[in-house]
Design a protein around this ligand. Sequence first.
Ligand SMILES: [Zn+2]
Ligand SMILES: [Zn+2]
Length: 246
Amino acid sequence: MPYEPKVVAGVEIVPVCDAVGPMGESIRKPLPELFPGGAFADADDEWALHFHCYVLRAGGRTVLVDTGIGGTDSPAAGWAPVPGRLVAELAEVGVGPADVDVVVLTHLHSDHASGCVRDGVPVFPNARHVIQQAELDWVGGPMRREVVEPLRDSIQVVDGDAGLLPGVRVVHAPGHTPGHQCVEVGDLIVTGDAVLHPVQLADPTIPYAYDEDPERAVVSRLAILDRAAVIAPGHFAQAFVPVRPI
Ligand SMILES: [Zn+2]
Ligand SMILES: [Zn+2]
């Protein structure tokens, strides 16, 4: 566990690193193609993605934001460094699968949602899984078959912004995917893939090659960075990153 937890607005936020590694051949591109217009010190550098999940604890409740890349048979196996370590990492911070009351899936990309199902069965048996309606309307292929279908009895559909616990809410932040959502805890925002890389902190208008709707993603990113004092991003090397006024 390399990361220190934080307490914001009475909520403990514990980062968990599911995996670290480069994109696989199937989707790998040079950084200047992934983030057109971004200023890179060395454009030949390989992007070593971290795959973060975040545990939020408050009032005796445990919320898990994102579930990582999953096992060797995951839909992410074609490009991400499977298997993820999520369950072992959660154990390190004293969280068993049955302790998780709520799972928030920021979106249904394979590196964020695959870890909540294993062998066709939900990994977190007591959790409801909070997903945006727009994301469920959009998702198809293996993520629908192998993740959404096995979860169907434990999905809580939200449509837009919604409170989760006192001081914690989900906020619809579309663009990367149609139903992408972030989790706000006071002035800290768990950003999922609304902010992918540090170049988008330097210039939030830098798009990402795999955004579904890059222009909408920019609008969402600007709104998030306007509100947040600290972000908790999915793929940065750091678990918490202060935001300078923009
Ligand atoms: Zn994504
Ligand atoms: Zn991602």
